[in-house]
Write a protein that binds this ligand. Structure first.
Ligand SMILES: Cc1cc2nc3c(=O)[nH]c(=O)nc-3n(C[C@H](O)[C@H](O)[C@H](O)COP(=O)(O)O)c2cc1C
Length: 275
């Protein structure tokens, strides 16, 4: 069935558990619908990201339709270690999707409902995590907010309590925007890994210690995205995120409405000598 997945190359799997056993905090690119695709994963891996997740894929569609498989998932030999995230309501459907993807992935993640990660009554979250551990999951990522919370500070203390109640690795997620913050969250939670979403969109080089997106990283994105045939909207959106802090309001008014790859390349060349 794996022949149905085009633009993929089967390759030797790496066990991501080796990363957790290395004694270093594992630096992880979060699952991001529309964004954590192959080209972006290639970019963040170049800048010290240890482990990448695909965007969430609806397991039922993936199992049912070759078209869904082709559009939702591409990978290549360098794209490892890789975790494929599924959303599934039925265990059998998740198993079927895992069976199809297994030659191409190093692990499967079940989206348990972003952003419902911790419960108001922390005991219920600990209980759920312990049940997942007993069921055999390899590690758990915790976003430190309850369902009602959107912009409130992340409860790193809750992640620490979960970590202390479990034997498997725990990954901390939420509001990490730099390598220093990642180290601080590791210190506060004692988590084995840190997962970052928006921080990496804004600065894909953050795990390599850059405080701002370096121009080289923008150039790398242009090269990688063009090489992978990234659709224009995705190519452009990533650049908007990366250039958010370095462009003025007036520059954004021009850059954000550009509507073709050639117009973007001309802009980058004229303003920054890139492209
Ligand atoms: C654009 C975007 C897409 C996301 N898509 C997913 C997804 O597919 N699956 C998932 O579990 N979480 C998804 N999330 C949630 C993130 O993985 C992460 O838990 C959340 O953004 C908090 O982390 P952050 O503070 O580092 O951004 C998404 C977040 C963003 C910003």
């Amino acid at each position: 069935m794996s022949d149905d997945i085009i633009e993929t190359e089967e390759c030797q799997r790496k066990d991501p558990m080796d990363l957790f056993h290395s004694g270093q905090v594992v630096k992880i690119c979060a699952p991001m619908v529309r964004y954590s695709k192959l080209a972006f994963r290639t970019l963040v891996r170049k800048y010290s990201c240890d482990l990448c997740y695909t965007p969430m894929i609806v397991a039922a569609d993936f199992v049912r339709s070759a078209k869904a498989r082709d559009s939702e998932f591409t990978t290549n030999k360098g794209d490892h270690p890789l975790i494929v995230q599924f959303a599934a309501k039925e265990a059998q459907v998740l198993c079927d999707a895992a069976h199809i993807i297994c030659p191409f992935a190093d692990g499967i993640d079940l989206n348990c409902g972003c952003p419902q990660r911790i419960h108001e009554d922390l005991k219920r979250t600990v209980d759920l995590c312990q049940k997942a551990e007993a069921a055999g999951v390899s590690w758990i990522t915790v976003h430190g907010r309850s369902i009602e919370e959107r912009h409130q500070p992340v409860h790193y203390d809750a992640i620490k309590i979960i970590k202390q109640s479990m034997s498997i690795p725990i990954v901390a997620n939420g509001d990490i925007k730099s390598l220093k913050e990642a180290e601080n969250v590791h210190h506060l939670t004692e988590a084995d890994g840190v997962m970052v979403a928006r921080g990496l969109l804004a600065n894909p080089a953050m795990f390599a210690g850059y405080e701002e997106t370096p121009f080289q990283c923008i150039q790398d994105w242009v090269d990688i995205a063009l090489e992978h045939g990234t659709p224009f909207t995705c190519f452009h959106h990533h650049l908007m995120y990366m250039m958010e802090r370095i462009t003025s309001k007036q520059e954004k008014r021009v850059f954000n409405v550009l509507s073709s790859t050639s117009a973007v390349l001309d802009y980058l060349n004229d303003h920054y000598g890139l492209g």
